[in-house]
Write a protein that binds this ligand. Sequence first.
Ligand code: GDP
Ligand code: IMO
Ligand code: MG
Length: 423
Amino acid sequence: MKVDVLLGLQWGDEGKGKIVDVLTPNYDVVARFQGGPNAGHTLEFEGQKYVLRSVPSGIFQGGKINIIGNGVVLDPALFKAEVEALEASGHDLTQRLYISRKAHLILPTHRLLDAAYEAQKGSDKIGTTGKGIGPAYTDKIGRNGLRIGDIEHNFEVKYKKAIARHEELLRQMNFKYDLASLEKEWFAGIEKIKQFVLIDSDLYLNKSLQVDKNILAEGAQGTMLDIDFGSYPFVTSSNTICAGACTGLGVPPSKIGDVYGIFKAYCTRVGSGPFPTELLDETGQKMRDLGCEYGSVTGRPRRCGWIDLVALRYAIMIDGVTQLIMMKSDVLDSFDTIKACVAYEVEGREIEDFPFEIDDSVKPVYVELPGWKTDMTKMQSEDEFPEEFNAYLSFLEEALGVTVKIVSVGPDREQTIIRYTGE
Ligand code: GDP
Ligand code: IMO
Ligand code: MG
């Protein structure tokens, strides 16, 4: 058996959580491979809405094992709050959520360092989620990190050593903080983690493959936020791309099966950084309003714009996407015309390859297609798709070279159309 990977192709928030939930019945195991509580994955079904941060999105489909993989950074305090909210709504996770011993811990001082580094950058700030992601991955790469498995081995000593180093850094930056209150909820979180099954997830997943289990790897963020291939430095601190599933779970590249690439029918971004197709006018505001484009973790308004096929083609290439999934097409239901960026104009020249750097001189080159002007939110099958919508799909498939297998027409689990054409 192989590991299928589901990941975002834009700047995050494409709708990964919803589709992982929809696809989970086809799998035995769902495993998150990177990121941490900077993620906010929203699921809606049976009139309920859930936002998951560190818990994989396969948790609501009964009888499946969910794994927090070694590539994830976990904040015990936020994990405890997330798990308790799920318990309060009747979902006990302790027997079906396993945590990798090799996943790294986000320490309370990582959150403080995140804030301090952002303050130091001033107007050049990344606009992080403030969850300590960058500092936690910095310690991992710098070989100073603490892992979940350390909880079982001489933990106090290792913790104190790490905190002392962080406090020195905070002092050097003259950053004021109150660690005691953060530590209290953090250690309560450590106790919560101890209630879960801690595993060597690399061994578990490879042995599962040997006995023909189906595994779905769930990505967080999106390809354009990848530390190597995203719009650096305005990126997150992990490999969000398909290869991140190999390092973040310990599965060999030869075991990767389908790669599901998710994108919105338009485009959004949260935080700072380039966004060539961003709309700062009433059209962008209309997308924000109709798409409820406000961060599920931070509540920040998401920047909105037209779909960017230059960036999407690049993401599909880096990820080796085998099937596309188009989300939030209903948000464009009332638009007269739809624009798609097919190239960038740089100093009077048109380019189709994603450039090393995007600055203000990069201008999008658009083609314009007619809108479908039809409410698609109650549609059940692709037979009902309006002609103009089919034309938009065909245009995208031709431009991207991959079939759009799933179309999402609303936030609910039921508002999902699996296509049978184009196979
Ligand atoms: P993720 O981080 O990739 O899981 O995405 P988020 O949950 O952060 O953001 C996606 C948002 O769009 C959530 O509020 C979803 O409930 C919502 N959503 C997902 N699919 C659709 C869709 O097809 N139409 C609409 N209107 N909303 C959707
Ligand atoms: P999901 O999984 C959208 C963005 C932040 C910031 C940059 C770095 O829900 O799609 P970080 O806190 O990771 O150091 O912030 O990355 N970012 C996201 N944007 N969706 C996310 O996750 C994101 N996770 C991080 O806004 O620009
Ligand atoms: Mg999100």
